[in-house]
Design a protein around this ligand. Structure first.
Ligand code: AMP
Length: 113
């Protein structure tokens, strides 16, 4: 896959407000937040969209969800947060590097638009 803006953030070529990092994942604040807490959680491994996940990626994808929970605790929003993954342009995916949106800090409607 070709490099995205998230590749540059992983490689520290452009700045981001990083709230968590380990060997396989990175979490940073969304530059255009849609909620008081809006953090993106991404794998460092290049993967355009969830559809590209392979059997061997299951642990990594589970890890990202675990990281989301840890970040929610750290942000003080563990009592109410939403995790969103947009897969494909039709679902609103703009950056072609798999990412979860962690959103919290306001009332979140259901279903999302
Ligand atoms: P999606 O529409 O699911 O692909 O979400 C992409 C998200 O990336 C959007 O919420 C953007 O605001 C966010 N975004 C784009 N560029 C950056 C950046 N340089 N730093 C942080 N967030 C970004």
């Amino acid at each position: 896959m070709s490099d995205t803006i998230f590749t540059k953030i992983i490689n520290k070529e452009i700045p981001a407000d990083i709230v968590y990092e380990d060997d396989s994942s990175l979490a940073f604040r969304d530059v255009n937040p849609q909620a008081p807490v809006h953090i993106l959680i991404i794998p460092k491994k290049p993967m355009e969209q969830l559809n590209d996940a392979e059997v061997s990626d299951q642990e990594l994808l589970g890890h990202l969800i675990f990281v989301a929970h840890k970040v929610a605790e750290k942000e003080g929003v563990a009592d109410g947060y939403r995790l969103v993954l947009n897969n494909g342009v039709g679902a609103g995916q703009l950056v072609m590097h798999v990412h979860f949106h962690l959103m919290a800090g306001r009332s979140l409607k259901w279903p999302p638009g």
